[in-house]
Design a protein around this ligand. Structure first.
Ligand SMILES: O=C(O)CCC(=O)C(=O)O
Ligand SMILES: [Fe+2]
Length: 386
């Protein structure tokens, strides 16, 4: 059946062929300091965290999120490949070797830890700080930058685009903003408090754009593509880069609630700036969940679904999730690049051969469809696999 861009998830759709490892039965748990009056009137993740109200059932999994795992034993740490960006970008110091390490890591893990990326550690700290300062503002102030129910940019929880009643919601509050191209920025959603929020985001996103472009070029070179702008063109031709700040409150029952459900990113690529102290990101590799380590000043680079398709499966878009900490809140900030809405995404000719036949059909990029896949535990790569 051809895949079309007019995406609707039918409430009684048959079970998808591929489902991410989730339990979807819902039970009810309560947070300390229960206040049911507040529970009735407020239901944003942030307010639940502050007031300690009952945790609504829609956030709770019946089964442990690690069913086969002894909860007293922590999950293993991922030996995430570390890529020295400086070596990738400086031809005189062994670029070829680093390119091969990049290619090999992205074809097995789908993610790497990027170091020496030329984004100052102090700037990364300022990004974390302005977001924490924003979160500490009174609710009325934060709500000035609230997203529209059916929009992407702004502060709040994602719109729910699936009618699947079994969907368990993520326990996170987000602030998402397009940062590039500049004429696509919607300033009405860019917080003015703290006073330097906009300036810090502007500075960080311009550094990340340089890193993003150079990384996509290195990825193309690592596959010996003639034109190293092959992947980058997809962003340059009407695509966008967004910043998504994520806030995960502490949760006394972290084995029943997830910050982000298992997913692969619907992006071309994603860079994650993690919390400096609190772990939470986990990656599924060989059917086992691993904790992603915090590397001082490292940025996690994930292949997104669009790049998996364009690279004809040479690069893998990794399944990952975010778990909550029982005592500490966690923040992160993802830099996400997307193709233009409606853009045809397909494997590049240069990566299709008799030895490596085409793995995916053509698909039109559709942001709402991507969100639907995410919420239903599906992946576009499975939908368009030949
Ligand atoms: O919070 C994190 O570490 C990861 C965030 C993430 O996976 C996402 O925003 O898609
Ligand atoms: Fe993600």
């Amino acid at each position: 059946m051809p895949y079309t861009s007019g995406f609707v998830i039918h409430p009684f759709a048959p079970l998808p062929e591929f489902q991410l490892p989730l339990a979807v039965h819902i039970v009810h748990l309560s947070f300390p300091n229960t206040s049911s009056a507040i529970a009735k009137t407020m239901d944003s993740v942030h307010e639940i965290a502050i007031t300690g109200q009952n945790l609504p059932a829609k956030y709770i999994y019946t089964d442990s999120i690690n069913p086969s795992q002894d909860p007293s034993i922590p999950l293993p740490l991922l030996e995430i490949p570390v890529i020295d960006f400086n070596r990738l970008a400086t031809p005189s110091i062994g670029t070829g070797e680093e390119l091969e390490r990049l290619r090999s890591a992205l074809s097995s893990y789908g993610c790497v830890m990027v170091t020496n990326h030329r984004v100052a550690s102090s700037l990364m700290d300022r990004v974390r700080l302005v977001f924490k300062q924003f979160l500490a503002l009174p609710m009325e102030e934060r709500l000035k930058w609230q997203k529209e129910v059916d929009g992407f940019d702004g502060y709040g929880s994602d719109m729910i685009v699936t009618k699947d009643v079994a969907v368990v919601h993520d326990f996170t509050a987000r602030l998402r903003l397009i940062t590039w191209p500049e004429d696509r920025r919607q300033m009405k959603y860019w917080p003015e408090k703290p006073h330097d929020f906009r300036e810090v985001l502007d500075e960080y996103s311009s550094k990340l754009r340089v890193l993003h472009d150079a990384t996509l070029k290195a990825m193309a070179r690592s596959l010996n593509l003639e034109d190293d702008s092959t992947f980058l063109k997809v962003i340059r031709e009407g695509g966008t880069i967004s910043s998504r700040f994520n806030f995960y409150p502490p949760c006394p029952t972290p084995d029943r609630v997830l910050g982000l459900k298992p997913h692969s990113d619907g992006t071309v690529i994603t860079f994650v700036l993690q919390d400096r102290e609190v772990e939470g990101l986990q990656v599924l590799k060989d059917e086992q969940w691993f904790r992603v380590p915090i590397v001082a000043d490292g940025l996690v680079l994930n292949v997104g679904d669009q790049l998996e398709i364009m690279s004809n499966g040479e690069f893998k878009s990794p399944i990952h999730r975010v778990v909550l900490n029982p005592k500490k809140e966690r923040i992160s900030m993802a830099t996400l690049s997307f193709p233009q809405e409606g853009k045809q995404i397909e494997p590049f000719e240069g990566l299709v051969s008799r030895e490596r036949p085409r793995l995916y059909r053509q698909v039109k990029y559709n942001g709402v469809a991507q969100l639907g896949y995410y919420q239903s535990g599906k992946r576009v790569t499975d939908e368009v696999r030949i």
